[in-house]
Design a protein around this ligand. Structure first.
Ligand code: AVI
Length: 320
């Protein structure tokens, strides 16, 4: 018997990259200095993020993966076979592998902004699952969601693991979910992993791991500015700071200036007071009812949700 040939295709939508220099100069000139988290992910930043995923304190991937292992069959029964499974921000395509055998989708569409990484992950996945059609789309999913033309017709289901939704502010998160509802259309679905609100100490420990990997990830932004934007940040004079802002329901990451100092970036001078911070990331946490309200406002109906015994993390299956 001849095994079915591996089917992997790659579609480059040539995502326009945000201008790093302009964004940093603008963000540092702001009254509350800020740089958006998408700039964490240069090569070293992506490697450090992979290392964060291995830290015991950062419970998110460990708990979420166990939920897929425990409930893959139940999830597949709800989603049904032969769906077109679409994953925005697919990265290493690791989590989807826990679902593929149970789900048996007609095609898998990983979407990522990093073309080389996407090409490699799609090829590796295609080799591991020779029966699966893989149609990779290189794009910035925060701006556009295109489906390659050779994707088969059929019910569309979007998969968003990792609590990526948490890095959007709440109105942006609702807008993003609305765009997903449009993409999947009537009868389509969304399987999404979202981190839950919980004790401040648990959250703060998760973003302040003992090995200092999250700190290195945050500080790498300054190394990136030094290397790419002629920056003069002294890494010893800034510190990682992560705290849970309960009023906003989010972990905030900042870089704190340890003394009064001036820093040059691209020939411009920025003044830092002692203790002044650059806000680098928000990671919103949702109670199940809060997430369900958000998804409902975006046009979804929540069919089922799963959580672990400690109520750390939620996975939701919603339909349009
Ligand atoms: C990618 N994102 C969902 C992570 C989070 O938890 O918000 C990024 C991260 N930042 C520090 N640790 C992990």
């Amino acid at each position: 018997i001849c095994p079915k040939a591996t089917k992997v295709s790659f579609h480059d939508y040539q995502p326009e990259l945000d201008n790093f220099r302009q964004t940093v100069l603008h963000g540092l000139a702001h009254e509350h200095k800020q740089i958006p988290p998408k700039f964490f992910y240069d090569k070293r930043g992506s490697q450090l993020f992979e290392a964060i995923l291995e830290q015991p304190e950062y419970y998110v991937p460990h708990v979420e993966k166990q939920l897929y292992r425990d409930y893959a069959t139940e999830m597949a029964a709800l989603i049904g076979e032969n769906a077109v499974l679409i994953e925005p921000g697919s990265g290493s395509c690791e989590k989807v592998q826990l679902l593929l055998d149970a789900l048996r989708p007609a095609a898998y569409v990983p979407m990522d902004i990093s073309g080389d990484f996407l090409r490699q992950s799609a090829a590796t996945l295609g080799a591991a699952f020779p029966w699966l059609q893989v149609h990779a789309a290189c794009l910035d999913f925060t701006r556009e969601l295109h489906l390659p033309q050779n994707v088969p017709a059929g019910r569309r289901v979007v998969f968003i693991p990792g609590s990526s939704l948490g890095n959007f502010d709440v109105p942006e998160a609702q807008h993003f979910l609305f765009n997903i509802a449009q993409l999947v259309g009537k009868g389509g679905g969304l399987l999404i992993g979202v981190d839950r609100k919980k004790a401040k100490a648990v959250l703060e420990t998760a973003y302040n791991d003992a090995a200092g990997v999250t700190a290195a990830f945050n500080l790498n932004l300054l190394i990136r500015i030094n290397n790419e934007l002629e920056g003069t940040f002294d890494l010893d004079q800034f510190a990682h700071y992560a705290c849970y802002n309960a009023a906003m329901g989010r972990i905030e990451m900042h870089l704190t200036s340890l003394q009064e100092q001036q820093v040059q970036v691209s020939g411009k001078t920025f003044h830092f007071a002692r203790g002044e911070r650059i806000h680098t990331e928000n990671s919103y946490k949702y109670h199940p009812e809060e997430f369900i309200t958000l998804a409902t406002a975006a046009g979804f109906k929540c069919e089922q949700h799963w959580t672990d015994a400690a109520n750390l993390f939620g996975i939701y299956y919603c339909t349009v």
